[in-house]
Design a protein around this ligand. Structure first.
Ligand SMILES: Nc1ncnc2c1ncn2[C@@H]1O[C@H](COP(=O)(O)OP(=O)(O)OP(=O)(O)O)[C@@H](O)[C@H]1O
Ligand SMILES: [Mg+2]
Length: 233
């Protein structure tokens, strides 16, 4: 992978939680590169640190040690507001639970990142409507989250993640709460949008079938057992 083609570079990442006897070393000396346009699956046992890793890449948390570089930029040097701005402009997140705001309808949930970025309401709504159409929810624009099925909620969450046209999509078990049919639908949607939007995507999943449909699988092993972090193409 040539250096210009790297979207995410992690070097020597360590992260522990807690103090003293309660201290847990979750990640230790982890290296990972994700190429531009790559769709990477992250798999590993529960508690191994997949979400921790994704939060570090997504600038939701800071490493204890090591480098997190996004498109050549060392994010460790950035302050809180610069990190927040980069998140809003460059990154899209989808979580296992949709994290939609209950008091906003589907359209306003999708439009929210644009409103946060200071875009006019009319433009934000128009863009949200187009995206909801893309994810197959043109007839659900004014439904509230509690009026949507789990699969529909995740489709709204995918639309919201992409409304700012991010370059990097991070998804933490995006289909973890869904039945098989809805799961496959949401995964297919993410895969199609990944290709159409020229995204780089990092998807945490427990589902081997989905992992195998990604370009590469990164298998995370516990920090104590590390000859450890095995990347398999
Ligand atoms: N804020 C926190 N404070 C203390 N410990 C934490 C915190 N967040 C995570 N941990 C611990 O760090 C370890 C890794 O957690 P993480 O959520 O990254 O695992 P995971 O691989 O995503 O697991 P799962 O597949 O169950 O989602 C776990 O042992 C967890 O208990
Ligand atoms: Mg997790």
């Amino acid at each position: 992978m040539s250096e210009n083609n790297v979207m995410v570079r992690l070097e020597g990442i360590s992260k522990a939680y807690g103090e003293g006897e309660a201290r847990i070393q979750v990640l230790k000396g982890l290296d990972l590169k994700v190429g531009k346009g790559e769709m990477l699956a992250i798999v590993g046992p529960s508690g191994v640190g997949k979400s921790t890793l994704l939060h570090l890449v997504g600038l939701l948390d800071r490493t204890d040690e090591g480098l997190v570089e996004l498109d050549g930029q060392d994010t460790g040097t950035l302050g809180g507001s610069e990190r927040a701005r980069l998140r809003n402009r460059m990154l899209g997140f989808v979580f296992q639970h949709h994290h939609l705001l209950d008091e906003l309808d589907a359209r306003d949930n999708v439009a929210l990142p644009m409103r946060i970025a200071g875009k006019p309401a009319s433009e934000a709504r128009r863009t949200a409507e187009a995206l909801l159409d893309t994810v197959g929810l043109s007839s659900r624009m004014t439904h509230f989250p509690d009026q949507l099925s789990g699969g529909e909620q995740q489709r709204v969450a995918v639309a919201r993640a992409l409304v700012m046209r991010p370059r990097l999509l991070l998804a933490d078990e995006p289909t973890g709460n869904l039945d098989r049919a809805a799961s496959e639908g949401v995964f297919r949607l993410i895969r199609d949008l990944h290709a159409e939007e020229n995204l780089t995507s990092v998807i945490v999943t427990h589902n081997e079938t989905m992992a195998e449909q990604c370009d590469r699988i990164f298998r995370l092993a516990p920090a104590g057992e590390r000859s450890g972090y095995v990347g398999v193409s």
